[in-house]
Design a protein around this ligand. Structure first.
Ligand code: 6GU
Length: 221
């Protein structure tokens, strides 16, 4: 998978060299290319923004550097589905999205209902969330199975609590069922815990889930 990031803060993307994403890059499973937008400016001050037409606060990113950057990156063989996480400032001149939307699949992406100072942190989030799904990036293919939001028996539920050694810590034990060796009971317990945690922390997920996905046990909880 290839990811091209255009930014005026290339150093903000340094965390993509670390941990799971960094290892996937080192193994060649993930090709991340971070580009400094100012490379495609031609004035002495490397200007990337200007005041908005119609007035108002903030700055808008100028179309010309973005156009030159995207032309070069697309010509270099980037996948033809660039996303546009809302940029720093008030955004990018709308004509850039229109122009590339005519020939490519352009998606405007939001990672949640809050405003970040710029798109860089969103790029970190999106890249990590996607990269960990690439085959072989997580050591154990089974690791995804019980993830929050994963399809299957736990569809639309958050993951429940987890425990490891030691069996007692500061006077706190672990749920007896996890030591029972009874896989059916353990699966049932995990699903019930996932359901409880979801109902407590994300009741909206329970509201919007398919009633057929709930079982008799859930309804009793
Ligand atoms: Cl993709 N960018 C910015 N700047 N803020 C956000 C966002 C993206 N998603 C949620 N808030």
């Amino acid at each position: 998978m290839r990811v091209d990031v255009v930014t005026i803060f290339p150093e903000y993307l340094e965390p993509l060299n670390v941990s799971l994403v960094g290892k996937a890059r080192a193994r060649g499973q993930l090709d991340v290319r971070v580009h400094d937008l100012r490379r495609w400016t031609h004035d002495r001050h490397h200007t990337v923004d200007d005041t908005p037409y119609g007035g108002g606060p903030g700055m808008v990113m100028k179309p010309e550097p973005w156009g030159e950057a995207l032309d070069d990156i697309i010509a270099s063989g980037a996948p033809a589905a660039p996303g546009e996480p809302p940029a720093r400032y008030e955004g990018i001149d709308r004509r850039v999205i229109e122009e590339y939307g005519e020939h490519l699949d352009v998606y405007e992406v939001s990672i949640g209902d809050y405003v970040l100072a710029g798109g860089e942190a969103a790029v970190l989030v999106i890249t990590e969330a996607v990269a960990r799904l690439l085959p072989g990036v997580l050591g154990n293919a089974e690791s995804h199975r019980d993830d929050s939001f994963a399809p299957g028996a736990m569809a639309d539920l958050l993951e429940g609590p987890v425990y490891t050694k030691p069996p007692e810590w500061r006077g706190r034990g672990i749920p007896e069922v996890l030591l029972s060796g009874h896989h059916g009971k353990i699966a049932r317990w995990r699903r019930d815990e996932a359901f409880r945690r979801t109902a407590r922390n994300r009741p909206d997920l329970i509201e919007r889930c398919d009633p057929a996905a709930l079982d008799k046990h859930d309804r009793a909880l």
